[in-house]
Design a protein around this ligand. Sequence first.
Ligand SMILES: NC(=O)c1ccc[n+]([C@@H]2O[C@H](COP(=O)([O-])OP(=O)(O)OC[C@H]3O[C@@H](n4cnc5c(N)ncnc54)[C@H](O)[C@@H]3O)[C@@H](O)[C@H]2O)c1
Length: 366
Amino acid sequence: MTLDIGIIGCGVIADYHLRALAEQPECRVTACADVNSDSAQRCAAAFHVPRILADGHALLQLQDLDLVVICTPPKWHAELLLQALQLRKHVLVEKPLAMDLQQAQSLVTAAAKTDRIVGVALMHRYLPVYRAVHDFIQAGVLGTVRRVRLSLGRSMIGDSRFTTPQSDPRSWLVNRTIAGGGMLMSSSIHFFSVVSYLLGNRAALTVAGRVRQLHPIAFPGIEDDIDLVVRWDNNIEFTYRESWVADLPYRGQIDGDEGQLVLSAEGFTNLSLETECRNSNPHPYETLDWTRPVSNEQLQALIPQPSLFSGLWADLVKSIRQKSRVPRLPGLEHARNMQSIVTAACRTEVTRQLECVDWFPEKTVT
Ligand SMILES: NC(=O)c1ccc[n+]([C@@H]2O[C@H](COP(=O)([O-])OP(=O)(O)OC[C@H]3O[C@@H](n4cnc5c(N)ncnc54)[C@H](O)[C@@H]3O)[C@@H](O)[C@H]2O)c1
């Protein structure tokens, strides 16, 4: 049976979903809505969407839609998601789920009263290189994992959203009242999510470190540089550094007592993976030559539904078909917990103390 889908918010990220949906069997985008009619018309023309609505609330009233994709800026996620659930639609909502932890929790509570499937587009886990890291950890190739380190940074100081916000419609990104925060909400939340997934959705216990606003002119009132240590309930330490004011090479390292994985990247794409293992456990992806770094493209060739978006969509469609969320699909509890790490990170900057993460139970991902 075909799923009829509506898109709310026809900006940059909507195009990625629409391209992935064009490749999904049994999915058909039949309506799109945007408060900016030019954006809605562009999207409808580019992706052959037959109906255009003036806003998300009007689209949600269409009775023949099974699923809606919420791609507006964060300020509107909660109200659109709540209305969608009331109208018995399945939902994919973009990250961040909500403006703050309290709002995220209220969405978890509301969704628990319905039988609708909700996925959140925290989809880095579908990147082949992270899927490989996950499989290595699960196969026990590293022994017991002790530590995860990740560092990345891209100077955004010359970006037009910051240099000429009045003439860039996407400058909402640095407006706290629309985006809900700065770098933590926009970018870091993806990396909290992927590390949580790699570790089997263990609970984060505490956060300590610095959350700074280093560039008051380019980024007024939002965090743009962070240095954190997140501790998980199995005592794994995640050391995390991210910046919007400095270019830092992407580098990740996962240390176990029997081996190590190293992730590196040129620019922000082109991730590659190296491994050094000291045990004889069966090695996943054995057909590849691991004596040198293995690229995301090489791994992609071995994985079905290999892109970020097609992997997310495949799990969402499967969840709807089987009437229960595939554990790998990021759901509301997970997104709420990532919001909780953000909240604890912001608090630690104020108190300069270790802050506890308020964690809601999640299904374990295997
Ligand atoms: N998953 C990812 O990797 C990823 C990447 C980029 C953006 N995002 C998220 O996607 C969302 C949108 O980001 P974007 O980069 O596409 O932004 P964008 O500014 O390019 O597009 C947003 C669109 O929503 C429209 N809009 C605003 N309010 C609306 C409303 N109430 N009803 C209907 N339409 C409305 C705007 O007119 C605009 O066309 C954000 O939550 C962002 O954080 C996720």
